[in-house]
Design a protein around this ligand. Structure first.
Ligand SMILES: Nc1nc2c(c(=O)[nH]1)N[C@H]1C(S)=C(S)[C@@H](COP(=O)(O)O)O[C@H]1N2
Ligand SMILES: [Mo]
Length: 171
């Protein structure tokens, strides 16, 4: 029975220690201050100037528009979004899943894509910004820039006369 007082002292010491320790040290899921995520600018205008586009790798792409098969060349939209800094490299974190890509045309036509839909690691829907089809630069009716979305059943999002592309945080 001589060990009892010692035990009592030990448990009192444990209790004191537990009270003294900050919550973060007891619970690995709690931190004293969680780093606040940087706010995402919105809208972010994607540059469409010739120098920006020329710096990106061009590839051939085909798409069916109505009954015609268009053979064009251009750059993957996602490569442009990343290179211009509008979209970060790597896996999309939660805040970016609430963003969309708005494409405006000179004739007032506009379409949008969710960023997650376009992301190769998520929806993986291919969209291309093209400037040449059938071996020639696009004319004023279609170009000088046009979107192609080869995987869409209907070509309604293959925007002609692309004037602006913005990445927007959904309200
Ligand atoms: N700027 C612009 N782009 C547009 C449209 C439009 O009205 N304006 N129509 C869309 C639709 S509904 C289709 S089916 C295709 C038609 O492409 P085409 O004109 O090359 O046949 O373009 C798409 N892109
Ligand atoms: Mo259409």
């Amino acid at each position: 029975m001589t060990r009892l007082p010692a035990l009592r002292t030990a448990s009192a010491a444990c209790l004191l220690l537990a009270l003294a320790l900050p919550a973060a040290a007891q619970d690995p899921h709690l931190r004293a201050s969680e780093p606040a995520p940087a706010p995402i600018a919105s809208p972010v205008a994607v540059p469409l100037d010739a120098a920006t586009l020329a710096a990106l790798p061009r590839q051939p792409v085909t798409a069916r528009v109505h009954d015609a098969e268009l053979a064009c060349e251009g750059i993957p939209l996602m490569a442009l979004l990343r290179a211009s800094g509008a979209v970060p490299e790597g896996a999309l974190r939660s805040a970016h899943l609430g963003r969309y890509v708005l494409v405006d045309a000179r004739d007032g036509y506009r379409v949008l894509f969710s960023l997650a839909e376009l992301d190769p690691g998520t929806g993986n829907r291919e969209a291309w910004l093209v400037d040449r089809c059938a071996g020639a630069a696009l004319d004023d009716k279609d170009g000088p820039l046009r979107l192609l979305v080869p995987g869409d059943t209907r070509a309604a999002r293959s925007v002609r006369q692309v004037e602006a592309i913005n990445v927007v945080v959904a309200p």
